[in-house]
Design a protein around this ligand. Structure first.
Ligand SMILES: [Zn+2]
Length: 416
């Protein structure tokens, strides 16, 4: 059995990495081939310069993703089959021979730390080299560092209790520990959804009530017309970090709020903002958020049930390079390895998400204006330097949003 798992894991790790590389190469070459000319549908609104900037931005980002995929695959192989996790475990076993729960937490934190050492340079490069070059970056290295510290502290404050709860249940709750852990995890997630907008997001950004009276009135009218209650309209200082624009809904139940990036308000006029908001409302009205949460609960239930079985199979450890069986090792192995096994589900998730986008667009077309939404989208594509000509296969595999041309031609059909 170890050899079957080892073989399958190596096979999938290599295949999925090759697929990533192949899709990335395709995307870059497609984008570069279409770089010379603005697609006909956008000719009047997007200059050749802007189009070429988007092409080069997409290519630069994709090149980085390709390198990152290779490095991540090598790191995962080194941590598992290469014996890295076992080595981390050995070190902590020497320092802390008893106290399995604390040792488990330390082993898991060490493994996460090693992974983040690899992620960090990529994030830094993306922000300070790529985004900087294309004029999107507003961060300073000091801010990057303070964000990192804040993120780590918040992650520790929220993650430590759930990690200890997991290890404690695994050790002492008997055969159905995974079911109890699933309940704890689900409650934790619901609480997070409720407290995130009011308590956590403000640690990173400033949120101020929307002041523009004219805009406020338009939005309130739209919200009432759509039967939507929110806990307020807020403007977020997105411009402190990046000049990319966005708008979103956040929270759950009574903590629901509408958040606009200041960058979005600067660039769109009132009609366009109303259309963008109507699109976001469409997501709520079609219960996309709830469906996503239910799906997440279902996936974590299946995952934990599977882990509840795997934890007792000796080949699960030996097949992935771990010689000494333990609860925490099962947990960390499972978290690290499962994305490799789930990678091929990505296109299904992406296509589901794109279907949701069309539904939200449809809602916006019926409750605001399809024409204004098109105008807003074109501005956003332009200002965010999103490519108008993604490789169709790359897009089908990864993109949560439909390609610009398809989305806009569907919206245009409402107005004609
Ligand atoms: Zn959307």
């Amino acid at each position: 059995m170890p050899s079957v798992l080892t073989f399958t894991f190596i096979f999938l790790l290599i295949t999925t990495t090759l697929i990533r590389l192949w899709l990335g190469r395709r995307h870059i070459s497609y984008v570069q081939t279409h770089r010379k000319q603005v697609p006909a549908a956008f000719e009047n609104n997007i200059t050749l310069d802007a189009h070429q900037k988007a092409a080069d931005y997409a290519s630069a980002k994709t090149r980085l993703v390709i390198i990152e995929a290779v490095v991540a695959a090598l790191l995962l192989a080194a941590l598992t089959l290469g014996g890295g996790l076992q080595l981390i475990d050995d070190i902590w076993r020497n320092l802390l021979p008893t106290q399995e729960i604390i040792r488990g937490a330390l082993v898991i934190c060490s493994a996460l730390l090693v992974s983040s050492f690899i992620d960090l340079p990529f994030e830094y490069y993306k922000t300070f080299v790529i985004d900087e070059k294309f004029g999107f970056n507003k961060m300073t290295p000091a801010m990057f560092l303070s964000d990192l510290v804040k993120h780590s502290l918040v992650g520790l404050a929220l993650g430590a209790p759930i990690l200890f709860a997991a290890l404690w249940l695994m050790q002492g709750a008997g055969q159905y520990w995974w079911l109890y852990l699933w309940l704890v995890w689900s409650v934790f997630n619901l609480v997070m959804l409720a407290v995130y907008p009011t308590f956590i997001a403000p640690l990173f950004n400033k949120f101020s009530p929307l002041k523009d009276e004219n805009l406020k009135q338009r939005i309130e009218t739209l919200l009432t017309k759509c039967g939507f209650k929110s806990q307020g309209l807020f403007v977020m200082d997105g411009s402190a970090r990046s000049s990319h624009g966005n708008a979103y809904f956040t929270g759950f139940g009574s903590s629901k709020r509408v958040v606009f990036f200041d960058t979005l308000l600067e660039r769109l006029n009132v009609d366009e903002i109303e259309a963008v908001l109507a699109h976001e409302l469409g997501h709520f009205k079609h219960h996309h958020v709830i469906k996503r949460i239910v799906l997440m609960f279902l996936v974590s239930f299946l995952g934990l049930a599977l882990l509840g079985w795997l934890i007792n199979q000796p080949w699960f450890y030996t097949g992935l390079g771990v010689t000494q069986k333990s609860d925490y090792m099962a947990l960390v192995l499972f978290l690290m390895v499962s994305p490799v096994f789930l990678f091929l589900l990505r296109p299904i998730m992406a296509s589901y998400s794109r279907k949701n986008e069309f539904e939200a667009d449809d809602y916006a077309a019926n409750h605001a204006s399809a024409k204004e939404l098109v105008k807003a989208l074109v501005k956003l594509y332009r200002d965010n330097a999103s490519t108008l000509t993604p490789d169709p296969l790359h897009s089908a595999f990864y993109d949560s949003h439909p390609p610009a041309s398809i989305r806009i031609s569907k919206l245009a059909a409402y107005t004609s």
